[in-house]
Structure formats: structure tokens, C-alpha cells
Write a protein that binds this ligand. Structure first.
Ligand code: MV4
Length: 665
């Protein structure tokens, strides 16, 4: 029995809301967006046929508010609600509230969500279905003696895992029996705080396995299929960073076993809809880890290699239809890799960033590249939600081509206004170990020396390009005054009688300032550099696109000037300069040495800095709590604390001065 879906409400925001709207629209379905006060001008609101305010910015009062969501569906006449991922997507109470309100929930039955919401229940179900699980304990008896005896029987090292949670929260690796009680107590406290449930399971620790997951799909007709597997091993603190499909380097027998085990998992819980079964894979074994009862962030890599639209499948199944394809009608072609682009600073402990997207450009014209984003240039990125602003997906005929295309796509992605993890993403996909497929869940940690700490890429070529673009902008801004075209003041160059005009530009980057002099030529400048005179000629378009010849090399670049700052993008690198007005007194140029400010609004929860103290680079000085996470402000270099401006309990704004450092005498 099928039910029509004429109007679909998307109970989500950002890139996934935009993505769902796109498919719904292509199916002729009317879409209703919901938005919090922080998302009034968001892209998903602009794209939907109708949009309803769901509440204030905090997620718990808006995107997590079950009653408000149901009300919005009733008010808008929505036949169905798509939860996306995160927020209410795996909330069984929400699925039941939809059912009770007569609104179709585009997702699995509440019972399946519940069954998979408990790791202990899921393990027992999978064991009964003959799916391998990690040797461990998942009993209802949570007495310390029982758990301790089970731990000894499993052997060490082992993992203590909350049964009710995921994402690594409340998880502890325990190396020996003596550590067990304290680790268990600590894990229980964290689980209770995060999930309201401190029941634990124990598992033999498999070290740094690979994280391989299988996409499954089931219809109410009972048909259940797999859509191949994905590798999501490159994670940071249980947040996936890079995902790909299919998983590289697995034997065909192992792939078949994983895919069949995933279908068995889905059947074991009478699954309906899109689901993902996660496995831990060691060299030749695999073990069930958990089943996610939602559409995953990384589903586009599966769509790329199968050519299928998983949201369309979700909507069809929610209408009661059978799966559009039988298993033998689902084929895989090529390889796809996805990078999650987030507004967080990998050089500052992945601190979430807030600010305005003053400049935002994606290379949408590249073959095989798909960009799923929920933001537009000019958007303000707030602190309230996940820092993911876009997914960059590249598909190729094989893994190498997909990686090459992803590298080009990341190189062509330009963001000015707040920091992102783009540089880290580029370093990962360019890393030889990644290219070889030597990936496991310890990848980022194992290669951190290669992945972090690359200073702003600054070579002579970039400096010359910056000077060239700055002078061209200077000339444009002092262009001849149309009202008095012959005024000598309108002369854009430093023209002097009998001499080639020269122009001077001063650029500041970090705490350094550099001045370059360019002798004007008809088509550019000749700069006097430490390596001699270098001519830079070419064009700078109004949109900042630079086509310059430096010596005998032709370079494409992009110079984005906003206010006094220019960000230069070239060959995937970026360097941010301050264009210094030569008339500005030098004293202002000196960047106040050692002013450490709060990266975001929050509460000071710890101060380890003390006036007169000598500190080394990286030492935590102040901890600011924001968005339920602690963010350490650390010493940017060795030095001494001159002054501490805050105390525990202070509320600080973004940019508030926390500590003043000076060079140790
Ligand atoms: C494991 C494991 C090793 N052995 N389970 C569970 C949550 C998921 N995000 C990662 N999880 C793991 N489960 C067993 N029996 C290794 C991981 C794991 C991990 C564990 C601790 C710290 C970081 C990790 C990163 C990726 C995978």
C-alpha cells in the first residue's frame, strides 16, 4: 500500500537540507524548510517552497524540538518529514511522534532505531544473526564484580564503551586490570552526562583498525540490498574527515562477506530505509561495530559510484514503494572520495571558527566534482551548529583519478573570512600514504608531522604576485578622476620627469612587513628583488583573477581583496597579506606582540598562565568553554607571560584579550 508525498518537510539545516530539497524538487515534491533565528537568511530557506521559523538559535530549542517540528509539519500540511542526519534523525521518540501525528517519517521504524541505539542489544542481535562481533561482554548485569571478571576473561587491552552512545564519547582504552575500575568509573560518568545512560559494554581492543561501512537499503516489501562499502578510517576524535567508496585494498571474498553480513544485520532488525552497518576491519578479519539508522553524511560517494540518488530511494521507500533496483541491477563504477570542509582551525586544536564568509568560491566546473554545501558568500557562520559547511566529492574511473580530481577541487576552493580545514584536507589527500591506500583510524595521528604546522606558503613568486595584484588594485583605486582627467593628482603612477615611474607597496603577513618597489612598464612592473630585477606582467581582472608572467613562467592565481587584506590563492596554496598604507605611521604596523585573545565567546574554565611564568610553544594557558566543548588557548611560541587578563568564571567575547606574552629575556 503506497501513500503519496506531495509536501516534504526537511527537519534539518545546512548542506543536507539543501541536498534533500534538490532531490525532492526533482521528484515534483513541494518542500518546506524550517529555520532557527540563526538561519533566517540560509540557503536551504531560500531554496524551499515554504519556510517556517522553528525557534531560537540553540539547537535544543529549534532543530531538536520534536513538538515544534511536528507542529510545523501540521501547519504546512507536510505529508512527510525527512530528518537528514544528526539532530532528530536517530531519535525513536521523534519517529513515533511523526507516526502519531499521521506524518510519514522518512526513515526506519522506531523499533529498529531503538534496537540499534543500544550497542549491547545490537551485539546480541548480530551474534544471533551470525555476524562476527568483537569478543567482549554485553550483559545486563553491570555490577563491578561482573564487569571486572568479564574484563579479565577478555584480556587487556580492552575498550570500555557506552552501550547508549557513539562517536567515541565515554570510551576508554584500558591497558591493565589495575586501571580498570578507575577507567570504568570515568567512562560511566561521561556516558551518564552525554547520554543519560551509563551502561557499558566491554570489547577486546583491536588497536587501530580500519573503519569500513556498508550502505544497505530495505523496502517494506522485505527486499534488502547493499550498495557496496565505504572506507571512513581517516577520522579525528571520531569525526570522519575523508571518506571513499569502495574501500581500497580489500580482497573480493572479504568484500562479499562484509556486504552479506550487512544485509543480515538489516534483516535481523526488520530494517526499512537507508542504513549503514559499520565494521572494524583488521588485516583479514571484520567485526560488527554499530548500525546507523540514518542517511550518512558520506552517502554521496556511494551515489557517485552507483549513479543512484539515495534520497530519492528514501522517499520512494517512505511512500511504500519497493526498491527501484534489485541487487543484480546495482553496479559499481569507478571510485569516489569525499572531503568534509569545516570551519575549524586544525592549527588550533580544530577550534570551531565563527565569522563571515566574505569570499567563497567552489570549482563547480571541474569534471567529476560535486560540491554539497549549505552556505553562500556573505553568510555568517555561527557557533551553534556543526562546523561542516560543505562536502567536496570527486569521482573518477579509478582511485588515483578520483584523488587527483579531489586535490584539484580542494585547490580551487577559496574561502576568505574565517579559517577552515581546507589546508589539512589538501595535505591528507596529497600524502603518499593516502595515495598508497595505507589508511587506518590512526592515519592523522601517525602522519601529523606531515599534516600540521605548514606555515603560510610564502615564496618569492607569491610575494611578487601579491605585489603585482596590490599595485594593480592601487592603480585602479587611484584611477584618473573623470571630472578632471588632466589633473596631475590623477596620475596613477609615481611618474617623475625623465625616469620610469616607480610604485611602492608594503605588505604585512603575520608579524612581518615587506616593501617592494616596482618600476612601471606598460604591461606590469619590474621589481627589484634579492635575486635581481624580475618583471611581472599580465592582467588582474575585476574579480581578482590574475594571469601573470613572472620571468618566463605564466601563472594563474586569484587575489581576493577585502578591505585592507588580500588573500592570494595560487596552486592550492593561500597567503593572507595586509596591504599597508605607506602613509600609516610605522608604530601601528607592529603587531602587538603576544596578545592572545579568545577565539570565540565563552566561559573561562581554567587559567594555567601566571604573570612572569616562562612557557613553551603549545603550553595551554587559558581554557574557554563554548558549545559544550573546552577550547585551549595555547602559547603560540616560547616566551614569558607578561600579564593574565582573565580569571576562572569570566565570560569572554570572541577577541577578548586573555593573556599578554613577551619574549623571554
Ligand atoms: C574499537 C576500536 C578498537 N577495538 N573497538 C568506536 C567508535 C568509533 N568512532 C571508533 N571506535 C573504535 N572501536 C574495538 N573493539 C577502535 C575504534 C576507534 C578508535 C578507538 C579509540 C580511539 C580512537 C579511535 C579512532 C577510530 C576507531
Amino acid at each position: 500500500m503506497t501513500r503519496p508525498i506531495r509536501t516534504l518537510l526537511i527537519a534539518n539545516r545546512g548542506e543536507i537540507a539543501v541536498r534533500i530539497i534538490r532531490t525532492a524538487r526533482s521528484m515534483g515534491i513541494r518542500t518546506v524548510a524550517v529555520f532557527s533565528d540563526a538561519d533566517t537568511d540560509a540557503l536551504h530557506v531560500a531554496m524551499a517552497d515554504e519556510a517556517l521559523r522553528i525557534g531560537p538559535a540553540p539547537a535544543r530549542a529549534s532543530y531538536l524540538a520534536i513538538e515544534a517540528m511536528i507542529d510545523a509539519a501540521c501547519v504546512s500540511g507536510a505529508d512527510a518529514i525527512h530528518p537528514g542526519y544528526g539532530f532528530l534523525a536517530e531519535n525513536a521518540d521523534f519517529a513515533e511522534a511523526c507516526l502519531a501525528a499521521g506524518v510519514i517519517f522518512v526513515g526506519p521504524p522506531a523499533a529498529a532505531i531503538r534496537a540499534m541505539g543500544s550497542k549491547a542489544d545490537a551485539r546480541r542481535l548480530m551474534q544471533a544473526a551470525g555476524v562476527p562481533v568483537v569478543p567482549g561482554y554485553d550483559g545486563a548485569d553491570q555490577g563491578i564484580e561482573t564487569l571486572e571478571a568479564a574484563a579479565v576473561a577478555i584480556g587487556f587491552p580492552l575498550l570500555v564503551k557506552p552501550s547508549a552512545g557513539g562517536g567515541g564519547k565515554g570510551m576508554r582504552v584500558v591497558g591493565s586490570a589495575t586501571e580498570f575500575r578507575d577507567a570504568l568509573a570515568s567512562a560511566k560518568r561521561e556516558a551518564l552526562s552525554a547520554f543519560g545512560d551509563d551502561r557499558m559494554i566491554l570489547e577486546k581492543y583491536l588497536g587501530q583498525p580500519r573503519h569500513v561501512e556498508v550502505q544497505v537499503f530495505a523496502a517494506r516489501t522485505g527486499r534488502t540490498v547493499h550498495l557496496f562499502e565505504r572506507d571512513c578510517s581517516i577520522q579525528r576524535r571520531h569525526q570522519k574527515v575523508i571518506e571513499e567508496a569502495p574501500a581500497p585494498g580489500l580482497s573480493e571474498p572479504l568484500r562479499r562477506e562484509l556486504r552479506n553480513a550487512a544485509i543480515a544485520c538489516a534483516r535481523a532488525v526488520d530494517y526499512v530505509g537507508a542504513g549503514t552497518v559499520e565494521f572494524l576491519v583488521t588485516k583479514d578479519q571484520f567485526f560488527f561495530m554499530e548500525m546507523n539508522t540514518r542517511l550518512q553524511v558520506e552517502h554521496p560517494v556511494t551515489e557517485a559510484i552507483t549513479g543512484l540518488d539515495l534520497v530519492e530511494w528514501q522517499i520512494r521507500v517512505a511512500r511504500g514503494e519497493d526498491l527501484p533496483r534489485a541487487q543484480d541491477e546495482i553496479a559499481m563504477r569507478g571510485h569516489a572520495v569525499e572531503a568534509r570542509l569545516s570551519t575549524e582551525d586544525p592549527e588550533a586544536g580544530f577550534l570551531p571558527q565563527t565569522g563571515r564568509l566574505d569570499h567563497l568560491r567552489f570549482p563547480v566546473e571541474l569534471d567529476g566534482v560535486r560540491i554539497d554545501t549549505g552556505v553562500r558568500q556573505g553568510d555568517d557562520v555561527s557557533i551553534h551548529y556543526d562546523p561542516l559547511i560543505a562536502k567536496v566529492i570527486a569521482h573518477g574511473s579509478d582511485r588515483s583519478e578520483a584523488i587527483g580530481r579531489l586535490r584539484a577541487a580542494l585547490a580551487g576552493t577559496e574561502i576568505v573570512g574565517l579559517k577552515t580545514n581546507r589546508g589539512l584536507l589538501s595535505e591528507i589527500v596529497a600524502h603518499p600514504a593516502f595515495a598508497q591506500g595505507s589508511i587506518d583510524t590512526g592515519f592523522i595521528e601517525a602522519h601529523q608531522a606531515d599534516l600540521f604546522g605548514r606555515a603560510d606558503h610564502l615564496d618569492e613568486r607569491i610575494l611578487l604576485l601579491a605585489a603585482f595584484a596590490a599595485l594593480r588594485a592601487q592603480e585602479r583605486s587611484t584611477a584618473v578622476d573623470a571630472a578632471d582627467p588632466f589633473s596631475p593628482w590623477g596620475e596613477p603612477t609615481g611618474w617623475r620627469l625623465g625616469e620610469p615611474a616607480t610604485l611602492r607597496v608594503t605588505l604585512a603577513i603575520g608579524e612581518r612587513t615587506m616593501t617592494l618597489e616596482g618600476a612601471c612598464r606598460a604591461d606590469g612592473y619590474v621589481f627589484d628583488t634579492p635575486t635581481g630585477h624580475v618583471a611581472v606582467t599580465g592582467t588582474v581582472a575585476a574579480d581578482g583573477a590574475i594571469l601573470a608572467r613572472i620571468g618566463d613562467r605564466l601563472v594563474h592565481a586569484h587575489g581576493v581583496i577585502i578591505g585592507e587584506r588580500m588573500t592570494l590563492f595560487v596552486d592550492g596554496h593561500e597567503a593572507a597579506f595586509e596591504l599597508v598604507d605607506p602613509r600609516r605611521p610605522a608604530s601601528e604596523l607592529a603587531v602587538a606582540p603576544g596578545r592572545l585573545t579568545s577565539p570565540m565567546p565563552g566561559l573561562v574554565v581554567a587559567v594555567t598562565a601566571a604573570a612572569g611564568q616562562t612557557v613553551v610553544k603549545g603550553a595551554p594557558l587559558v581554557i574557554v568553554e563554548a558549545m559544550k566543548m573546552e577550547h585551549a588557548v595555547t602559547a603560540p611560541r616560547d616566551g614569558r607571560i607578561r600579564a593574565v587578563k582573565v580569571a576562572i568564571g569570566d565570560q569572554v567575547a570572541a577577541g577578548a584579550e586573555l593573556v599578554v606574552m613577551e619574549d623571554a629575556a
